[in-house]
Design a protein around this ligand. Structure first.
Ligand SMILES: [Zn+2]
Ligand SMILES: [Zn+2]
Length: 295
């Protein structure tokens, strides 16, 4: 029995030696360090090996691998960007509650004519403007202070899917159940990318580049708002590269730093492509986090 055990050990030893010989023969490839854990590697920091080393990836396209590790936490400074006349933000332990009266701090032909923010339409096709005037509303959502991506994504529905920095609710790319926004309907939107609906004034689109537009994101990195899963939505460009991000998932999200601090966290961008005609949708994808009800 003792002899048998010894033989097995000898056999195992021989096998291991053969295996390691085989390892030495493997084709080494170059791996690139991914210090900020965004899946993209730093072309300047490399290792060669057969197996993928921990902290290294095969990609070599990270021009900003600054060693920042995703914290998942939403930077509190982002909430300074919200219109204080419309939006109240309260922090309670692990939760953030955002309450809005939905009254935007910008001009629009959807205000009633006696309001100081009323302007004649500069973008909207008057014949396609929806009926109704901007009025006070009430939107409340509580999201985690450190939202996480869910195991599966969630489709958005009709109604508010987020709250913008102006206080106006963000809607998705539908005008009715399974009715996508048409070019005709979009032509009635104001320069802010909004119009009236049965529940009030809301945004669907990125704003337009007109003189009257002094606050809203257009082809830039500005904060647009927060979606119901707690992830922030930024404009088409990312502060980290000052350009259109090239590493977005199908919802327009990625993990990177922003103008709101040195910590990387998951956030969405407006996807830099026309949705219909020359209109760019604010958010037409699925939520990558867990949706919370907007009441
Ligand atoms: Zn609408
Ligand atoms: Zn970004």
């Amino acid at each position: 029995m003792r002899y048998l055990t010894f033989s097995i050990l000898l056999l195992l030893g021989a096998f291991t030696t053969i295996t390691s010989c085989k390892d030495d023969d493997c084709t080494e490839i170059t791996w690139y360090e991914d210090a900020d854990n965004d899946g993209l590697g730093n072309p300047d920091v490399t290792l060669s090996s057969c197996e993928q080393p921990s902290g290294y990836v095969a990609d070599d396209t990270d021009t900003n691998d600054d060693g920042v590790v995703a914290t998942g936490g939403t930077p509190v400074s982002a909430f300074d960007e919200f219109n204080p006349d419309a939006v109240t933000v309260s922090f309670d332990g692990d939760d953030i509650t955002i309450v809005s009266n939905a009254l935007p701090n910008h001009t629009s032909p959807y205000w009633s004519e006696d309001n100081s923010l009323y302007i004649d339409a500069v973008v909207a096709n008057i014949d396609q403007m929806s009926p109704g005037k901007i009025g006070e509303g009430s939107y409340t959502v509580t999201v985690p202070a450190s939202p996480e991506k869910a195991s599966s994504s969630s489709a958005t529905g009709l109604g508010a899917i987020g709250i913008s920095v102006t206080g106006v609710p963000i809607f998705n790319d539908e005008e009715g159940p399974n009715i996508s926004l048409s070019e005709n309907v979009a032509s009635g939107f104001d320069y802010a990318g909004g119009h009236m609906g049965p529940t009030g004034y809301h945004y669907h689109l990125e704003s337009a580049d007109v003189e009257a537009n002094t606050t809203l994101s257009f082809d830039d990195e500005k904060l647009v708002g927060i979606l119901s899963d707690g992830f922030l939505l930024y404009g088409r460009k990312c502060n980290a590269t000052d350009d259109y991000p090239t590493d977005l998932d199908e919802s327009g999200g990625h993990t990177h730093t922003t103008q709101h601090g040195d910590d990387a966290f998951y956030h969405y961008h407006i996807i830099n492509e026309f949705y219909v005609g020359s209109y760019i949708i604010l958010f037409g994808g699925d939520l990558q986090g867990t949706p919370n009800g907007i009441m």
